[in-house]
Ligand binder design. Structure first.
Ligand SMILES: [Zn+2]
Ligand SMILES: [Zn+2]
Length: 260
C-alpha cells in the first residue's frame, strides 16, 4: 500500500492511495488540472484513478471533483448524507459516477470503513483496509471521542488533522471572534492539543506512523505542530522516532509512505 500527500491544508486536500494496482484519491480539493499535474509528479495518469472518496462538501475538498470525475469518468464515493447536502457540483456529475454508501463496503481490493465525524457539515473519515494493512484519514473534525478513535484504532498509519495552535488562533487579528469560536468549537477543527491526545491513544493501539495534516496556514506551522507533539507526548512516555513516527503533510506534494 502506498500513500502520498498531494495537497493538505486550508487551500486544498488531495491524498493518493494505491494498493496492489488499485489507485484512489481521498478528496479532490484542487482544480482538476492541478490534481493532474501533481499526479504526474508521482507518475500516475488521471485516467488510472479508479475512484475518489469524498469526505465532505467543503471547497478545500471538492474544488476539482466534478471536472475531474466528468473528464476522466471517475466514480465518486460519498456517504448518502454527504450527497444529500452536496451542492451544485454534485448535480454537474453524471448520475452513474455518484456512488452513495451508508456503511462499510468493499471497493476492489480495499475494505472501506467510514466513520462519521463532527464538523459543521456532514463529514466522514475513512479507513482503508487490505488484509493486515490499515490506513486511516481523519481531518475536519471538531473533537474526537471513543467511537471515532475506536473506528481507526489499529491503523498502522493515520493522517490526522492538526489544524491550529490554540494560542495563535486566539491571538489572531485576522479572524473575527465568531470564526475563532467556530474553528475551536465541537464541530470545527482539531487543535494541536486535541490531536496530541488522539496520538497518545493511537500510539498505544498499534499506530506507528502519524501524518499531521490539514494545518491552518494562518494559525499553525509545520515545525510548531511537530514540536508540540514531541514535547507533549514525551512526558507521557511516547517518544517520536521510537514509539511512533510523526510527519507533517504540507500544501505541496511530499510525504510518501509504503506499508508492506
Ligand atoms: Zn477542510
Ligand atoms: Zn471542512
Amino acid at each position: 500500500m502506498r500513500i502520498i500527500n498531494l495537497a493538505s491544508g486550508s487551500d486544498g486536500n488531495v491524498t493518493y492511495l494505491e494498493n496492489e494496482g488499485v489507485k484512489v484519491l481521498v478528496d479532490a480539493g484542487l482544480s482538476a488540472s492541478e490534481i493532474t499535474n501533481r499526479l504526474a509528479i508521482i507518475g500516475v495518469k488521471p485516467t488510472e484513478i479508479d475512484a475518489i472518496f469524498l469526505t465532505h462538501d467543503h471547497i478545500d475538498h471538492t474544488k476539482g471533483i466534478d471536472v475531474f470525475s466528468n473528464k476522466y469518468n471517475t466514480p465518486v464515493f460519498a456517504h448518502e448524507k454527504v450527497w444529500n447536502s452536496f451542492d451544485y457540483k454534485a448535480r454537474r456529475m453524471s448520475a452513474t459516477n455518484r456512488k452513495a454508501f451508508a456503511d462499510e463496503f468493499t471497493y476492489k481490493n480495499l475494505d472501506i470503513k467510514p466513520v462519521e465525524i463532527p464538523h459543521d457539515v456532514d463529514c466522514f473519515g475513512f479507513s482503508f483496509i487490505n488484509n493486515d494493512k490499515k490506513v486511516s484519514i481523519l481531518t475536519d473534525l471538531g473533537h474526537t471521542n471513543d467511537r471515532i478513535l475506536g473506528s481507526i484504532a489499529n491503523s498502522q498509519l493515520v493522517y490526522l488533522e492538526a489544524n491550529y495552535d490554540k494560542k495563535l488562533l486566539m491571538e489572531s487579528v485576522r479572524y473575527p471572534l465568531s470564526l475563532k469560536r467556530r474553528i475551536d468549537g465541537p464541530n470545527g477543527h482539531l487543535s494541536n492539543s486535541a490531536s496530541c491526545d488522539a496520538i497518545d491513544f493511537l500510539a498505544r493501539t498499534g499506530t506507528r506512523q502519524i501524518v499531521l495534516s490539514h494545518l491552518s496556514k494562518e494559525n499553525n506551522r509545520p515545525e510548531l505542530a511537530y514540536s508540540f507533539m514531541c514535547d507533549n507526548l514525551s512526558p507521557r512516555g511516547i517518544k517520536e522516532g521510537e514509539d511512533i513516527k510523526i510527519d507533517v503533510a504540507s500544501t505541496k506534494p511530499g510525504v510518501f509512505f509504503r506499508l508492506r
